[in-house]
Design a protein around this ligand. Structure first.
Ligand SMILES: C=CC1=C(C)c2cc3[nH]c(cc4nc(cc5[nH]c(cc1n2)c(C)c5CCC(=O)O)C(CCC(=O)O)=C4C)c(C)c3C=C
Ligand SMILES: [Fe+2]
Ligand SMILES: [Fe+2]
Length: 347
């Protein structure tokens, strides 16, 4: 008799449009930006903002950006997540599924596939592919997964792996992805993280009086750090810099992909690209640790557009460091977390 499979894993990523047509991009952006954890205005204002202003104007520009990175298989982010699935499936016997927060494949599709193919499943481990906690990434993915799970009355329970920004295996895998680019030739290493609104940092603060309220908040001990995106980005940077032995001043942090006019985390990557050559930084490497898979924000924004900004401002060399993608140590790390799901991944 065949062995009963009791556990499975779902790799959860953000998602992409189904194609680069303006129609598909608009549908994707509407779903994404109507998420109250992404644009957190009251529903009516959000609807006017998103459907009346942002997506009618942004969709065609965004579709053009997607066309520059699209492959014959589709979106890099979705395809890389499938590649991770295949690599992981080679080294674990339990089923591995993929789900996107927005677009396809949906969370429901992943749960349904598992439930149909594996009737003995008792637990599904969710891995949101975000190293850092933000209400607009990790939180919305997990809440959505819980909602769909409740609605579908699936026979298995679910357990989510926590943000892994300081997990030693994640840090080592990230370091391994950066190391081949470091030649000890004086190049500056920029850690460019996805930005978020400052308002979100304050909203997520579980103490209500620490984040962006206390001077140098991210470096002062606080329970708020368990869900503080900026603290977690700084921590990843510090741990990677320590492991690479980078001297102070040879690396820095910036935040990319701002949308709209409100205050987002600074310094902005675009502003730094213009300033760095004037400060004497002419040779640059850029790594994007808020993403584990390459996507629009790394391949188009950082590898193409920000490079142009840096070179136009007087930069001389620019190395974009790809995400971990299907790197073997990253795949082995996911396997380890899955097999030890009851142990915390965050220190
Ligand atoms: C790293 C995690 C992410 C956080 C946090 C995040 C916050 C956030 N994003 C937007 C708006 C957009 N993001 C877009 C693309 C995009 N964002 C992430 C990840 C995070 N976003 C990824 C991986 C991607 C790429 C998706 C892909 O298909 O490759 C886009 C769409 C593209 C565009 O038109 O620029 C938007 C819009 C907000 C408003 C936000 C926090 C409030
Ligand atoms: Fe984003
Ligand atoms: Fe903080």
């Amino acid at each position: 008799m065949s062995e009963k499979i009791k556990r499975g894993i779902i790799l959860m990523n953000l998602g992409s449009p189904d194609s680069t047509s303006t129609k598909d991009v608009k549908r994707y952006l509407d779903e994404f930006l109507m998420d109250g954890r992404v644009i957190d205005s009251p529903y009516l204002i959000r609807t006017i903002l998103v459907k009346g202003i942002i997506t009618p104007f942004r969709s065609s520009k965004s579709a053009e950006a997607y066309s520059t990175i699209w492959t014959k298989e589709g979106s890099p982010l979705v395809q890389i997540t499938y590649q991770v699935q295949r690599e992981l499936q080679k080294i674990i016997k339990e089923p591995v599924e993929v789900a996107m927060r927005y677009g396809n494949p949906t969370m429901k599709f992943a749960y349904d596939s598992l439930a149909q193919k594996y009737p003995d499943l008792e637990e599904v481990v969710l891995l949101p592919l975000y190293p850092h906690y933000a209400m607009s990434s990790y939180e919305t993915a997990v809440v959505h997964a819980e909602d769909v799970h409740k609605e579908g009355k699936y026979p298995f329970k679910i357990a989510a792996i926590a943000p892994f920004y300081n997990n030693p295996d994640y840090i080592s895998a990230l370091v391994e992805s950066i190391k081949p680019h470091i030649k000890n030739d004086g190049k500056h290493l920029l850690f460019s993280y996805h930005s978020i609104p400052e308002r979100h940092i304050k909203k997520s603060d579980i103490t209500g009086n620490h984040c962006l309220k206390v001077e140098d908040c991210c470096n002062k001990p606080s329970a708020a750090h368990a869900v503080c995106y900026r603290h977690q980005c700084y921590t990843t940077t510090r741990l990677v810099a320590e492991q690479l032995g980078l001297p102070a001043g040879s690396y820095s942090v910036s935040f990319q992909s701002k949308l709209g006019r409100s205050a987002w985390l600074t310094p902005a990557t675009t502003a730094r690209m213009e300033q760095m050559p004037k400060e004497g930084i002419k040779d640059l490497m850029v790594v994007c640790p808020s993403f584990v898979s390459d996507c629009l924000e790394t391949l188009e924004e950082v590898a193409i557009r920000e490079k142009e900004n840096f070179m136009e401002a007087g930069g001389e060399t620019y190395d974009f460091i790809p995400c971990m993608n299907t790197q073997q140590s990253w795949i082995e790390t996911i396997k380890k977390w899955f097999l030890n799901v009851d142990e915390p991944v965050t220190a």
